[in-house]
Design a protein around this ligand. Structure first.
Ligand code: B12
Ligand code: SF4
Ligand code: SF4
Length: 405
């Protein structure tokens, strides 16, 4: 006989659900986080970093955020978890290792290749970490009968100071979170929850007298230790900044076509770093050292295919091509002039302008004048015309070097 029971009857006979709290809930969440592939998991209180309420406005008032206006919007929520969500009682901070297989600095000498930051040579972490955070958040919510909100990167949450307060590591002089066990190749995520969880102790600063990250920065982007002026940072200039890159920084960008890893790569605490273990975060071999000539030939659809699923795609083809052409201009390889010249008739003025700049660095003055007469004379965009003037007025090929403070 088939006993057709109502949902109410079925629920009445089901074993009662055990709701966990306190240390039991914490242990369960930690174990689940590790199963999901998070190498680091620690807890802090939402009010653990009161100094943020002064430090974030000071950073914004100094214009260190450049054109990242989204940092200004909801700044009060960013500086204070309880303003973002009054229901938050604990913050679970998580770290996922993306340790690169090779030293990112080695590629900077191969000037016919493009250097893509280690985090971007793989699947977009927003997608990978967010998926795992949702799973962990769902688990915490069900086990503890509590509410949760999960965040990675894009929400108004200050992940580094919260992670430091939770003891995941400390903010190094380059401002990035460094872990004693894992180095600084860590991506962060956060779960705000209404659960009362025992907080961890913050990690002490272990930078000591070291200043390797400050000294290596090609654009002098640190006005002081522990403070970054994003407007000078190559990660900002090549990823976040929308228009032409100011001329003062173009040479220092070298062959970095998306982001920069210099200050992270020199940190001595990376001696404890391991190569990324999470399968979905494995680096793609074709993004390790892509030839600049190949990248300069990407049209919109080829760009989308090449960078599908990676963070590079979100920046868009025109901005990426802008970066590639700057790298070509810095290559010192006259053989790459043809790849730049092919972009002189690109529909995007941003791309055309940087093609002109690249040619100005690779082609001797007589050849550049002839190119202008043949291809540049009819240019109608003011910014591109300004690039032509700049290139024609300069003395031809230049050498590369860092930017003065
Ligand atoms: C905006 C942003 C950027 C901007 C600005 C970076 C910055 N340092 O603020 C740009 C585009 C430049 C950038 C670059 C990069 N980013 Co980013 N970025 C962010 C984002 C969205 C917000 C960071 C933020 O709140 N900045 C505002 C400033 C005010 O905060 P802060 O850096 O913590 O500043 C503190 C110090 O100045 C300190 N302070 C001030 N005075 C003093 C004095 C003393 C004595 C002390 C101790 C401290 C101190 O107080 C401030 C507040 O805590 C976060 C994600 C998130 N939601 O948190 C990712 C994030 C920080 N980025 C990340 C990464 C990986 C990068 C890059 C490595 C990418 C790349 N390879 O190109 C570079 C690193 C460059 C660098 N040296 O910072 C990771 C870092 C992970 C980690 N281990 O810390 C994050 C957390 C994203 C993530 N979910 O994993 N990024
Ligand atoms: S990411 Fe590069 S440009 Fe930005 S602060 Fe670090 S070393 Fe300087
Ligand atoms: S390189 Fe040195 S100063 Fe910079 S974060 Fe690492 S330990 Fe600190």
């Amino acid at each position: 006989m088939n006993p057709k029971r109502t949902p109410q009857a079925r629920a009445a006979t089901r074993a009662p659900r055990t709701v966990l709290a306190g240390a039991d809930l914490r242990r369960a969440v930690e174990a689940r986080a590790r199963l999901l592939g998070f190498e680091a998991v620690r807890v802090t209180r939402p009010d653990a970093v009161p100094e943020l309420k002064a430090r974030l406005p000071a950073w914004l008032a100094a214009d260190h955020h450049g054109s990242m206006e989204w940092m200004v919007e909801r700044a009060d929520q960013r500086a204070d978890p309880a303003t973002l969500w009054p229901g938050v009682r604990s913050v679970v901070m998580l770290g996922m290792n993306y340790g690169p297989e090779h030293d990112p600095l080695a590629l900077l000498a191969r000037r016919d290749r493009g250097a893509i930051a280690a985090y971007a040579q793989r699947r977009d972490y927003h997608e990978v970490v967010k998926g795992k955070l949702k799973e962990l958040g769902g688990y915490l919510s069900a086990k503890g009968d509590v509410r949760v909100k999960v965040f990675v990167d894009t929400a108004p949450v200050m992940e580094k100071p919260l992670a430091a307060a939770a003891g995941l590591g400390w903010q190094g002089k380059h401002t990035v979170l460094v872990s004693r066990d894992l180095g600084n190749w860590l991506l962060l995520g956060a779960i705000y929850t209404s659960a009362e969880l025992e907080p961890d102790a913050p990690e002490a600063d272990h930078c000591g007298s070291c200043r390797r990250c400050l000294d290596i920065c090609p654009t002098n982007a640190f006005p002081a230790p522990y403070q970054l002026d994003a407007r000078r940072c190559i990660a900002y200039l090549t990823i976040e900044h929308a228009g032409p890159i100011p001329t003062a920084f173009r040479t220092a960008i070298g062959n970095r076509v998306f982001g920069c890893d210099d200050c992270l790569a020199v940190c001595p605490w990376n001696k404890f770093a391991a190569v990324a273990a999470e399968g979905r975060m494995a680096a793609r071999a074709d993004l390790a050292a892509p030839p600049l000539a190949e990248l300069a030939g990407l049209d919109e659809s080829a760009f989308r295919v090449r960078f599908a699923g990676t963070p590079v795609k979100r920046t868009g083809r025109d901005r990426f091509l802008r970066n590639v052409l700057i790298a070509i201009g810095n290559s010192g390889e006259p053989g790459l002039a043809a790849a730049a010249e092919a972009n002189l008739s690109d529909p995007s003025p941003l791309v055309r302008g940087m093609a002109v700049w690249a040619l100005g660095r690779l082609v001797p003055p007589g050849g550049l004048r002839a190119l202008f007469n043949a291809r540049g004379f009819g240019e109608t965009d003011d910014a591109v015309r300004a690039e032509w003037r700049l290139a024609l007025d300069s003395d031809g090929p230049e050498t590369t070097g860092p930017v003065a403070a």
